[in-house]
Write a protein that binds this ligand. Structure first.
Ligand code: NAP
Length: 361
């Protein structure tokens, strides 16, 4: 692929937006040519708009420093400056939903981190290793809404990504889950910046992340669902119970998962063999952002750990460990992923790569 696609980042000055800017530097398929944020940032060069609040460990990529920040609410302002937008604006849900529809109606494919359209029946919520075929719904989405080039695809909540691919790998191999109990230990960066006050989280755990347990219990059902008559029909046969906790870790969401299967439970060595050989469409297509190995199994009894495992394979792999039998359910394990890379901007970039590879864009 020689010609890079010009992309815009809407909400480019925020935590997720900055991760897009960092991860898209030198991307072989996409070039950032447009950035937009609130009216307060609009009109400033990007470097000035983020002065004193650039949170990445690497410097602002040179080509983006001088881009003039647009007003994200001004859809017409993006015309001619980019061909696709990554959406990471923080507004109330209704406003984000309307704004993303306006960008799509104006002809832009929108790939969003926001939850505003996750429940919209004709909007696919993609984890590229699990449900790449849900992109097929975009043809119906375009027909129903009279869009030609525009469309919306979203990524899921970050917390579910620590275990969805391992569970899907088992399902694919014939071991369908029936009941899942999940306790998440979620990193501070998931709350954006400045996020949770230090006096609330240091030496502490906060056993509430508003709205997160509902997302954790519902979003997997859509991802496990199927495209039917132009919409995605959720799979309601899996029951999920979640406890979501904020912990004093900077990056990396951990999840402790107990799982009961619908029929026969696989043996532990069978599970490890399935995980080790699992490949999804992103691996088969060798997409630029895809980890070589979607699931990394750690044998050490005390892994995965956020500090040691979150950056595995470009911070895009899911690491699993502590696989053992469960006296109440069938099995239990611990999963971990990097929440601001795999769980946010990196996951959305991988989705856009999949859309490009499948000629949706
Ligand atoms: P953030 O740091 O607060 O950044 C918000 C962005 O929205 C900034 O660029 C900000 O611009 C812009 N913005 C604020 N008010 C605006 C307005 N009135 N009009 C236009 N733009 C406006 O938030 P974040 O942590 O990056 O999160 C961004 C979004 O991603 C949120 O919706 C969040 O829920 C979602 N998120 C998703 C995931 C995920 O996919 N798993 C993970 C984390 C976050 P200024 O800098 O000019 O104010």
């Amino acid at each position: 692929m020689t010609q890079r696609i010009n992309v815009g980042v809407i909400g480019a000055t925020g935590m997720v937006g900055q991760n897009y800017i960092r991860l898209l530097a030198n991307h072989p398929w996409f070039a950032v040519t447009y950035v937009a944020a609130s009216p307060q940032s609009a009109g400033k060069p990007y470097a000035e708009a983020v002065a004193g609040r650039w949170h990445m460990y690497s410097d602002i990529p040179e080509p983006v420093r001088k881009l003039t920040v647009g007003d994200a609410n001004d859809v017409a302002g993006a015309r001619g400056k980019c061909e696709l937008v990554f959406s990471a604006v923080s507004l109330d849900k209704k406003a984000v939903a309307a704004l993303e529809l306006a960008y799509a109606a104006a002809g832009f494919p929108v790939v969003s981190n926001n939850s505003a359209h996750r429940a919209t029946p004709d909007v696919p919520m993609i984890i590229p290793e699990i449900n790449p075929d849900h992109l097929d719904v975009i043809a119906a989405q375009r027909r129903a809404r009279n869009w030609t080039t525009g469309c919306i695809a979203v990524k899921s909540n970050c917390s579910i990504q620590s275990y969805m691919t391992p569970i899907w790998a088992l399902w694919q191999a014939g071991f369908k889950p029936r009941t899942m109990v999940i306790a998440t230990l979620q990193a501070l960066s998931g709350a954006g910046h400045p996020g949770v006050p230090s006096l609330d989280i240091m030496d502490n755990i906060v056993p509430l992340i508003r709205g997160e347990e509902e997302k954790t219990e519902n979003e997997p059902l859509k991802i496990f669902g199927r495209v039917e008559n132009g919409v995605i029909v959720s799979d309601a046969s899996v029951a999920i119970s979640a406890h979501c906790n904020r912990v004093p870790v900077v990056d990396g969401h951990t999840a402790c998962v107990s799982l009961k299967f619908a029929d026969r439970a696989p043996a532990l060595d069978e599970i490890l063999a399935i995980w080790r050989k699992f490949r999804g469409v992103p691996q088969d297509l060798d997409l630029p952002m895809a980890p070589k190995q979607a699931i990394i199994c750690r044998d050490e009894p005390d892994r995965p750990q956020p500090r040691k495992d979150r950056d595995a394979d470009k911070a895009m792999a899911v690491t699993v460990g502590r696989l053992r039998k469960c006296p109440v359910f069938d099995i239990r394990f611990v999963g971990l992923h990097h929440n601001t890379v795999r769980g946010a901007a990196g996951g959305a970039i991988l989705t856009a790569e999949l859309m490009k590879a499948r000629k949706v864009i």
